[in-house]
Structures are given as C-alpha cells and as structure tokens.
Ligand binder design. Sequence first.
Ligand code: GLY
Length: 557
Amino acid sequence: MRLYKAPLWSLIILFGCYCQLWAAEKPAKAAIASAHPLATQAGHEILRKGGNAFDAAVAVTAVLAVVEPYSSGLGGGGFWLLHRSSDGFQTMLDGRERAPLAAHRDLYLDEQGEVVAQKSIDGALAAGIPGVPAALAHLTENYGKLPLAELLKPAIEIAEKGFAVDDYYRRMASWRLPVLQAHDASAVQFLLQGEVPPVGHLIKQPDLAATLKRLAERGVDGFYRGELAQRLVDGVRSAGGIWTLQDLRDYRVVERRPITGHYQGMRITSAAPPSSGGIAILTILNILQENNYAELSEPQKTHLLVEAMRRAYRDRAEYLGDPDYVQVPVEKLTHPLYGAGLARSIDMQRATPSPKQAERSTAEGQDTTHFSILDREGNRVAATLSINYPFGAGVVVPGTGVLLNDEMDDFSASPGVPNVYGLVGGEANAIEGGKRMLSSMTPTFVEDAHRIAILGTPGGSRIITMVLLGILEMANGRGPEAWVKLPRFHHQYLPDVIQIESDALNDQLISQLTEMGHNFKPLKNRYGNMQAVVWHKSTGQVEAASDPRGVGMAKIE
Ligand code: GLY
C-alpha cells in the first residue's frame, strides 16, 4: 500500500509543477488594444468563438475599415507583424499599396517640373493599389482557424446597421470636408446633406457591406477580379486616376522577414522595408547604446536622442525604399558598428545643423491606425494600417463603398521636396509603376527577460519616434499605461526642429537645448494613438493600454 501511495503523491506534485510551468508559458488571458471599441469587441468575439490572434486580427482590421474611415480601409494598406507561438515563427505581412503600373516619377509635377502637392493628396490620382483585402484573405488562409466569412461578419453587420458619429469623427470629417463634398459617393457615405453629421448620427455603408460580403464569399478574387474590380477601375479612371484591371489582378501580399536587433537586453522585432520603421529604430538604439544613454543627465539624454533621430531620418531619406525595387542596406544600417560610427559624429555639446529646406506645413499625425493582439496561446499580432491622410484621397468609388487611399504621397514626388509630413526622399523612394511607397508604420514586438510587448501607433512620420519613446519607457521598467500617455517629441532631420507636444519638455530643458543650437516647434495638437499589450512571462499576467489621445479600447478577457 505504502509503495503504491508514494509514487501517487509524487505524481500529484509533479503534475502540479507541470501545470505551474505550463501556466507560465502561456498568457493567463487574451488582450486586444485597438483604436475603436467596436474593433476591440469584435476581436474578442472571434477569440470566444475559438479563433486565434490571427483570426481576431482579420476581424479587427475589417471593423476598423468600417468605423475609422479617416484612418484605414479596404481601399488602403498596412503591415501585420505576426508571431506564431507553436514554433516561434515570425513574419511581416506586407499589404502595402503599390503604385499603379502607369505611374511614373513625374506624375505629380507640372510643366515647369514643380511638384503640385495637392495631386498626390486629394483625388483618384493619389491612390495606390490597395493591399488590405488581399491581406485579410492571406492572413485567414495561412494563419487563421476560422473561415473568412465568419471573421468578416462583425464588420458587415456594422457597415449595414451603422456606427455612431463621435467628436473624433467630426474633427476628421471637418478637416477633409471640401474633398468629401467634392465627390458625390463620399458625401453620401460620410456626410449628412453635404455637411459633417452631428454626434450620434449613424454612418451606414451598404455598398461597403456588399463589398465585404463579396470578399467573404469569393476571397481575394472577389475584390481584385471580376465585377467589383471593373467597377473600381471604371470609378477611379472617371475620377482622373490611372488604375487598370491588371493592377488589381497583379496585387500580391508579400511576407517579409522582420527587422530584429537588441538594446540593453531587450530583443526588438519590427517592421521591414518598405517600412522605414524597424531600421530607423535600430539605428537610433545603436547610437544610444554606444553613448550610454541611460547614464546621461536629462539635457544630454534629450540632445543625444534628437541627434540620433536626425541621423536615422537622414538615412531614411537617402537609402530606404521598396526592397523589391532598390537595394536597401539593411545589414549596414542596423549594425551596432554603424551606430557606433554615427555616435562618433555627434558633438555632445552642440546640435548638428540639418541643411536648409523649403518649409511646408506638416500634417498633425491623426491619420492611420494600430492594434495589438495577444491570444491565450501566446500568438501575437501588431498591425499598423493606413489610407494615409484622414479620409485618404477623399474619393469613394461609386457602387463599391471603397474609400481610396492617398498613399502615393508617401513616395518622393521630387528629390528633396517634402511630402505632407515634411519628409524628404530621393532616388530610392522615387515613383515607379508597381513599386511600394516608403512607409513609417512600425508595428513592433519587444521582449526582455520577463515581458513581451506588442505595440505601435499611427502618426505619419512621427510613428517611428513614438514607438522608440515607448521602447525606452519599457527599458526604464515602466508599463504600457505609461508608454501610451507619455508626452512626445520628435525630430526628423528636415525640417530642423524638435516638434513637441505642449508638456513634453520643461522650460529649463528647452532653454538648455536652445543654447546647444536646437530649434523647437510646439505643436497645436497632441499626436499619436498608441495601442499596447504586455505579457509578463513569469506570472502569465497580461496588461493592455489604449492611448488617451484617441477613443480606443484595451480589453483583457
Ligand atoms: N502613410 C503613412 C505611412 O505609411 O507612413
């Protein structure tokens, strides 16, 4: 009897240990942080139905495409950074828009060779070939567990029944009112009798619901071939665009190896080209590491950070573009020795002036969207999606509900001429038929000995530095609530100013930095809308936070 009992107790103890180990290897709960409560809820609904994080990402993407027409949509593109827990596989789905095949480097120049800025922002000529519908199908077929039709149901329902206008919607629609009014189908879909609708008004999008149903039934071909494709091409061309059926037929999602590197014991996994985000973040972190950033005084820290940003954005303009069209020196730019070389070029007492540049008022960074997902298996998704400027090009293609992006403005229309974010570029990001335009979208994972973080944000050219500041907060031991709230500052080489939120740097620090030769541009509005999830590996606990600047929701369940 005794002989029998002893092994039984051992077995019970062993089983207990195993359970504890198992619990620590998986999150105790799932978490979703997105820019809209309806999207977060839809993602959790899919998880409850047995879907994984990738299924939830499809539902969240589709709902955001319906309820945030000022940020993303079926007519736009994005990057989905994935981590599969079963084998640790990581990839980035590149669903970035491509230039139409008929596009060329002089597309937005007038007869004198000057850039006509509005042509790449408003109207159908500004639209790249969308990637979101293809990415939804790709994600479902290759990584999900549930059928696309099930995953698109929440979005279809909201498109049919409507979502309520809030103050944020009103602000974005007011900003883009003239272009929305100029296109009948846009005015019908997003305005009320030609004006910005009041809070509470329901935005119903029956044409968009029909397009989503077609995608649900026929998959990728439902959007890129057949009747809908014909309607899209006809609508774009009659509004002055240059899309062809071949453009749509040829569109492909590309899986790219994410950019990876280390900073102070943390492993960073981030967006690869055609995003500039991962490379720029690693360049900056390598510079900081070389100069012992964490040990410096506050003015020295801020000075170093700004100088590192300046150099990373200079390289962005010089080297980065679509890797299928240009040789991007990824190894060099992300190598610690390259960072060390850049660090040596920094005078720790003086700002390095950037060249003089023609001024252009820059966008305030309210465009684009991000969501972060962790499921109970430990699968993760960080996705940043865009139609570029709020409400994209402002054109809904009649009979489709599809709002066109104006992502073509992310190309360099002419060397050295700033785009809507004040970013400059050169040959690497010149316009070419079929090419993907350079992006700043930076969906990111950060892993240290105890935590795994999933984060990202919208905000145009400032996306990269927002994610960077979040990573530095994490290195300081702070949690996601702190990262999303953090007051922000930004430098992007050109224009030569530190852009600051009102409370980002105190007066004394500003005057110390001014003495060192830095220039400041206080911003009228706050910027960004960070969505972050953290999994504490040792305890299994999960945290999630949504930026108080937006109307999003972080939910753990
Ligand atoms: N359109 C914003 C970005 O891709 O950077």
